[in-house]
Design a protein around this ligand. Structure first.
Ligand code: GLN
Length: 481
């Protein structure tokens, strides 16, 4: 029962081939014996998981269970979980036990899905390598000397290593798609507003979006069915019907128009990564898709725009961590100012501090127009590029990341080079459209991700396009040794 997809596990549970307690125990055992190699979990919820599995088995016995009932998954440690520590990868929240569940977590619980544990991540989701976690870096299961990508690196690594059949992630500038690419799994960032952000610790509120990280597109569809939907508790969630994302998985792709932006195939792209992506495009052509050369002329501005907008929003969001209400508090503060300064100084790591300082600077009275306002204007131009592109094509494709996983420590002293890991993913968040990464080959033994970008609320189309590729190829079935 290990190494099965969510769909297979759900079927096996319905057929009584195994129980939820057995599946859950098997995954807990594997986490216990193997996660020392990867550090992909911050917290393993053994007792809670087994209790949830028992409850799921009772529901399954009655034969009226939701599709995913009894299947275990892991949650990125950015989602609040009632009664279980939620750290966001930070010392600041090392002692934080949430009094409530995030909507995403609640939806899965109501569907009878078991929570195996909380996965490691870059501190407050800031990073592309998982090296900024207070709990230590995560290692890539394909090569433990390499990073898994970030910030949802723990989720990506645990799925790639077979410690969990699937996991949740969040993506502000690429944090689902880039680690999915680097670990050889499937990851989907939905349209902004599709999935509730309630109880998901905020990094950059206008960009953050939760999504599934799975072995294949079918599983991503099953997870999105449970995750998506309007939530009155999140004023940015969209009140729009949730389709059955599994319904269109097998639609024929003949006549599909695929846009290839010239900006995604230029300087800085590793040659073998490009080759894998081009080979994937050929697979689509064989399925009857038409290739259209397009341009996203403002996409080159996406990294600089993001590094104004995201820090600005994070400097505001993270001001709540003040040592007063919850989270880390320094010892023996002399006065209120000392309490603020030392609690924040001790609780946050250096990347988080860098972002808060950049954001506070960009928002300050003298610089607001020059940086923040300008970035917001450019953000519109970036979104307009996509609008124009989607008047010509159905989906856009390209690499998810400019290279495969890099070595641990290789970029940690060079923030700009680290920031460029997300050069192909960030524009998607700035526009608020959905994007996906699926396994599409290897370069030097490390997985390559193909990125598929769609128009607003076109998740079903992305999943269809991804699923059909996975019927024709077996890249998504490859496992690390
Ligand atoms: N790597 C980007 C950053 O460091 C994106 C992170 C994310 O999507 N959460 O901000």
């Amino acid at each position: 029962m290990m190494d099965k997809t969510l769909a297979e596990l759900a079927q096996g549970l319905k057929n009584k081939e195994f129980s939820s307690v057995e599946v859950t125990q098997a995954h807990l055992d594997r986490i216990k014996s193997n996660d020392g190699n990867y550090n992909s979990f911050i917290t393993v919820c053994e007792a809670e998981a087994l209790a949830q599995a028992q409850a799921a088995d009772a529901v399954l016995a009655k034969r009226e269970a939701p599709v995913l009932c009894g299947v275990p998954i892991a949650h990125k440690d950015i989602f609040c979980t009632e009664g279980v520590k939620t750290t966001c990868g930070s010392k600041m929240l090392d002692n934080f036990i949430s009094p409530y569940d995030a909507t995403v977590v609640k939806n899965f619980k109501q569907a009878g899905v078991v929570t195996l544990g909380k996965t490691n991540m870059d501190e407050f989701a800031m990073g592309s390598s998982n090296e900024t976690s207070f709990y230590g870096g995560v290692k890539n299961p394909w090569d433990v000397k390499k990073v898994p990508g970030g910030s949802s690196g723990g989720s990506a690594a645990c799925v790639a290593a077979g410690l969990a059949p699937a996991a949740t992630g969040t993506d502000t500038g690429g944090s689902i798609r880039q680690p999915a690419a680097l670990c050889g799994i499937t990851g989907l960032k939905p349209t902004y507003g599709r999935v509730s952000r309630y109880g998901m610790i905020a990094f950059a509120s206008s960009l953050d979006q939760a999504g599934p990280m799975t072995r294949n597109a079918e599983d991503a569809a099953l997870m999105l069915n449970t995750m998506a939907g309007f939530d009155p508790k999140d004023s940015t969630s969209v009140d729009r019907e949730v389709p059955d994302y599994t319904a269109d998985l097998n639609n024929d792709l003949s006549g599909l128009k695929i846009g290839l932006p010239k900006e995604f195939f230029g300087e800085g792209l590793d040659a073998q990564t490009e080759k894998a992506v081009q080979d994937a495009i050929v697979v689509y052509e064989k399925m009857g898709a038409k290739i259209v050369d397009i341009s996203l002329p403002n996409s080159k501005l996406s990294v600089p725009v993001y590094y104004v907008v995201a820090p600005a929003e994070c400097s505001s969001n993270l001001s709540r961590f003040d040592g007063v209400r919850y989270g880390h508090r320094c010892e023996n503060p002399q006065d209120l100012e000392d309490l603020y300064k030392r609690s924040r100084g001790e609780g946050f790591g250096s990347e988080v501090k860098r972002r808060i300082m950049i954001g506070a600077y960009a928002l300050s009275a003298g610089y607001y127009d020059a940086y923040y306002l300008k970035a917001q204007k450019l953000r519109h131009l970036i979104a307009d590029d996509f609008k124009h592109a989607f008047s010509q094509v159905d989906v856009i494709m390209g690499p998810t990341a400019p290279s495969t996983a890099f070595g641990i420590g290789e970029k940690s002293n060079d923030p700009i080079s680290m920031y460029l890991s997300d050069i192909y993913t960030i524009a998607v968040n700035l526009a608020g459209i959905p994007g996906m990464s699926i396994p599409a080959g290897f370069s030097n033994g490390m997985p390559v991700g193909l990125q598929i970008i769609g128009n607003y609320f076109e998740e079903a189309r992305l999943l269809n396009v991804a699923h059909r590729f996975q019927q024709e190829t077996d890249w998504h079935m490859r496992r690390p040794q």
